[in-house]
Design a protein around this ligand. Structure first.
Ligand SMILES: NC(=O)c1ccc[n+]([C@@H]2O[C@H](COP(=O)([O-])OP(=O)(O)OC[C@H]3O[C@@H](n4cnc5c(N)ncnc54)[C@H](O)[C@@H]3O)[C@@H](O)[C@H]2O)c1
Length: 339
């Protein structure tokens, strides 16, 4: 099988490519990635010379490059996106361009080329925010609150329309928050690990009570492979590991793993429109496909901390990028009183 993976130089995409090639010797993968501020070819340096892997630098919103990348591929796994809520608050336009217009170009080219299956990787954030009780099911109405979530919800609706209108074989997945190796250090878990390792203040939004539902990236990638093989076109599948934690609990667990003091925590001005709680009900994929996560949060966090401790060169290179400094200073600098 030959798959087109979009956004394969990002966090989840690179884990998916590394894992999939190591598990299936008959698989080949074309990776189409624009290498935005967070895209990182380094993640895939170990497979650059693998005959089964081809990297194409390009934009999913460019039909010419998408056509070149998709021809000969029987399946698509679509990760490429602008993915960071904070960045979407600073500049929503790029989120609309990639997540909505880019997905439309990709759908059109995938329809033209006649792919067998198209897995659209979306997010639980399209459902909006929960109070203390309940979980998102696939029937929960979408109610996105951030520009990021709104752009993903719009792309989900486009995917749905391609199934309903053209019988296009698309599956939409809505996963909770991922963590694990190769996550760009602006997201909560790697940011807290890296800042702790530098004994720097840890910016925690509000009072740290916002709740997220966590899954190890390897479990997410397993679920995607399962859906690629056996998911039903036209269906939406939630993916989650039933691991809800308040942000402060996560930060405390990381500090404990690292042997660092809680005094590093600094409560900062909250993110505008910050969703209070996410909780994903994964019963459907568990029941229908027999998929189950394998990581406990405890084990996953421990291994993730070890990965960042052992891969200092990887994240130090990212921290030297001007785009990183520009984002961190403009977003957290003032909140931390560093400006
Ligand atoms: N990270 C999470 O916790 C999470 C949870 C649920 C769903 N998702 C979804 O999973 C997908 C991957 O998330 P991630 O965390 O790996 O994101 P990421 O930001 O780490 O990676 C995104 C990748 O897409 C590439 N990209 C961006 N715009 C592009 C364009 N126009 N053309 C081609 N490539 C482009 C980037 O260069 C980058 O390599 C996203 O669609 C996201 O919405 C993420």
């Amino acid at each position: 099988m030959k798959i087109l993976v979009t956004g394969g130089c990002g966090f989840i995409g690179s884990n998916f490519i590394l894992q999939s090639l190591s598990r299936d010797s008959s698989l080949s993968i074309v990776n189409l990635d624009k290498l935005t501020a967070v895209g990182n070819r380094e993640n895939l340096k170990d497979i650059e010379d693998d005959q089964r892997y081809l990297f194409i630098e390009g934009d999913i919103a460019d039909p010419v490059v998408v056509k070149r990348a998709i021809d000969g591929c029987s399946n698509v796994v679509h990760f490429a996106a602008e993915s960071h809520v904070d960045r979407s608050i600073l500049d929503p336009r790029e989120f609309y361009r990639t997540n909505v217009e880019g997905t439309l170009v990709l759908l059109e080219e995938a329809k033209r080329s006649g792919v067998e299956r198209f897995v659209h990787v979306s997010t639980d954030e399209v459902y909006g925010s929960l109070g203390k009780d309940g979980s998102f099911t696939e029937e929960t109405p979408i109610a996105p609150n951030s520009p990021y979530a709104a752009s993903k919800a719009a792309s989900d609706l486009l995917v749905r329309s391609y199934f309903e209108t053209y019988g296009f074989p698309a599956i939409t997945t809505r996963c909770c928050n991922n963590y694990g190796p190769y996550q760009f250090p602006e997201k909560l878990i790697p940011l807290m690990i890296i800042r702790s390792l530098e004994d720097a203040a840890l910016p925690v939004y509000g009072d740290g009570s916002n709740v997220r539902d966590w899954i190890h990236v390897e479990d997410h990638c397993d679920a995607l492979r399962c859906l690629l093989e056996r998911g039903v076109p036209g269906e939406v599948y939630n993916i989650g590991a039933r691991s809800e934690k308040a942000n402060l609990e996560i930060v405390n667990a990381l500090l404990e793993n690292l042997g660092k003091p809680k005094s590093l925590i600094r409560f900062v001005e909250d993110r505008p429109g910050h969703d209070w709680r996410y909780s994903v009900d994964p019963s459907k994929i568990e029941r229908v496909l027999g998929w189950k996560p394998t990581f406990t949060l405890e084990r996953g966090l421990k291994e993730t901390v070890s990965w960042y401790v052992s891969n200092r060169d990887w994240w130090e290179a990212i921290r030297r990028r001007p785009s990183w400094k520009e984002f961190f200073d403009s977003w957290y600098g003032e909140r931390l009183g560093d400006n």
